[in-house]
Design a protein around this ligand. Sequence first.
Ligand code: NAG
Ligand code: NAG
Ligand code: NAG
Ligand code: NAG
Ligand code: NAG
Ligand code: NAG
Ligand code: NAG
Ligand code: NAG
Length: 551
Amino acid sequence: MLRTAFTTLLVVSYLARAYAQTWCGKNYMAGSPVIPPGGQFPISATSSSPLLAFRCAPAIKPYLPEDVPTLSSFIIDTPITKSEITGAAPISLPGHGSLGSVAVTVSVDGRSLATGVVPLNATKFELPFSLAGFSPRAEAYNVTCTAEYSSSSLSKPQQFSTGAALSLLPDPPAGRSVTKMDLRTGALLAKPATGNGGSYETVFPIGFYTNFAGYLDSNLTLLNVLKEQGFTVHPVPTFDNLTALDLILDRMQELGLYLMYDMRWTYMNDTAVTEEVNRIKNRPNLLLWYTGDEPDGTSDPLNATSHAYDLIYSLDGYHPVSLVLNCEDYFWTQYTSGSDIVMQDTYMISNNVTFSNQWETPCTLDYGCCGCDDCKGNFEDISTRMDDFAERLWDNGWDRTKAVWTVPQAFGNDTYWTRQPTGKEYIVQAVLGINHGGLGVVAWNDPTTPEIKASASALALALPTMQDFILSPSASFAHVSSGQVDVGVWTVGARSLVLATNLNYAEATLPLASVPGVEGKSVQQVFDSGASFAGGKFVFESTGTGGFIVS
Ligand SMILES: *[C@@H]1O[C@H](CO)[C@@H](O)[C@H](O)[C@H]1NC(C)=O
Ligand SMILES: *[C@@H]1O[C@H](CO)[C@@H](O)[C@H](O)[C@H]1NC(C)=O
Ligand SMILES: *[C@@H]1O[C@H](CO)[C@@H](O)[C@H](O)[C@H]1NC(C)=O
Ligand SMILES: *[C@@H]1O[C@H](CO)[C@@H](O)[C@H](O)[C@H]1NC(C)=O
Ligand SMILES: *[C@@H]1O[C@H](CO)[C@@H](O)[C@H](O)[C@H]1NC(C)=O
Ligand SMILES: *[C@@H]1O[C@H](CO)[C@@H](O)[C@H](O)[C@H]1NC(C)=O
Ligand SMILES: *[C@@H]1O[C@H](CO)[C@@H](O)[C@H](O)[C@H]1NC(C)=O
Ligand SMILES: *[C@@H]1O[C@H](CO)[C@@H](O)[C@H](O)[C@H]1NC(C)=O
């Protein structure tokens, strides 16, 4: 009887598995039925009258005792919208004239930290506050932010309220590094990876998921080359030889290479995560943790990433947690809730994104797997994905506390993908990601072609100049797209960084005069992947990209 029940269970579970071959919740094997995957991100309802989506966040996460003597700030956002996004509430605006302002109070346990008048529809308005009087502790302080809106047409003021977490941690144990996030920009801040001290600086990681087995573990000198090439290293597990891993991590520290530590195979095993986090957390070059690798593709339990996140924070707490999502729209909120940094890996080069060459089925919104979920097969798949992720952060009220990174395709001649990207195509992917808000670029994977390596290194070596713009809290940003030339413009003071990439497989030009907000005559090129400036115009080769400082 028992045995029969057990056999039945095995058969049922085998059948369930045979039919549960899904990716992004979609069936993809020829002959399997079309079953809508579900899990779509809801489209916000539209309100007929204006809403205030009042938001607040501390400028830095986490603070440390060393930050207490310095004034910091709360970032206040007061967007007026008609989308019923998280926390948006009706506001009775005047029919005409200026929008006016709100009186904002930031408090903890009833004690006021900051007050100020903030214009309506403001972005990143900073109210100074002091940490004096707060005791460092592991648990975040719950902050209440209120906004009061008065106008002559209202009999009594309207009240708005929202919350934020303020983290002031004790000094870390000796040797442990801290990676902070600047919530004004989403940028990471860390001390030099050597562990020999120094001040916090912005970090713009660019590099590869780098094979451990048969590559990093075979020759330590590879790391010296990766350092010279300007890369950050994300070793790919399994780390079956811990002696070899230690040698690699020691060499990385000596060279000043930050570590992105990957637990893709173990993140759902609490015992393994505990062992790994405790083993790695005191390495001074640790930049961040990485948990799920496409957990949405494999439909990992919806609480798996947030569970790992909480466990990692309970064991460490001084480094952010990242993961990558592969699906265009599958339980995005659930998986992303377990991250500080969510990456997207939209691989659209050389695959047929509408008919699967692996499974010989069509790929649609509810069926099939073509190696790029819900893609059209053009570079815009990447910028659309970046924009969608940013929009969802915004809708969820997570835009200040989580960042989006991009994963370019640096592989090919493999299953869905018939060839390797060219060096210039790699650059288009990376820069498109940056122009659409990406604050880290980690391509899959190294080893790659010498051509991609050379292109990626040129970008990596140009980034220290460009990140002074991209990661500056005082930068204003504009985005333009003209004739499939995608342009990001970051302006700090009288100088602008223009990062422009040509998505066409043909030459293109873009007059400087058509780039808004850029004034000035001096154009200095800081990055060249097949673009130049001449006669008042940017000139691009097929899939060419350039970085220019206009002053
Ligand atoms: C708020 O600012 C946005 C972006 O600058 C602008 O498009 C919008 O018209 C403004 N809304 C109102 C109600 O002024
Ligand atoms: C902060 O708020 C969260 C969620 O409301 C709650 O679980 C937590 O206990 C609060 N922490 C403190 C220190 O009050
Ligand atoms: C190790 O890598 C370095 C740098 O790429 C290379 O010069 C050297 O020849 C390699 N050594 C071996 C034994 O493969
Ligand atoms: C593990 O790596 C170390 C250091 O490279 C090496 O000496 C050792 O032989 C390796 N062990 C195994 C079982 O491969
Ligand atoms: C979880 O990880 C521990 C420690 O590495 C290991 O011993 C155990 O077998 C793992 N459990 C599963 C279910 O893989
Ligand atoms: C995830 O949710 C499931 C179902 O609600 C529950 O049984 C399980 O314990 C949860 N897992 C974790 C890791 O929290
Ligand atoms: C994809 O494959 C289908 C079926 O073989 C073919 O009709 C279509 O032209 C292909 N699309 C591309 C962009 O190669
Ligand atoms: C593509 O892969 C196959 C087998 O993996 C290999 O034989 C071939 O040389 C590769 N082609 C290119 C252009 O890399």
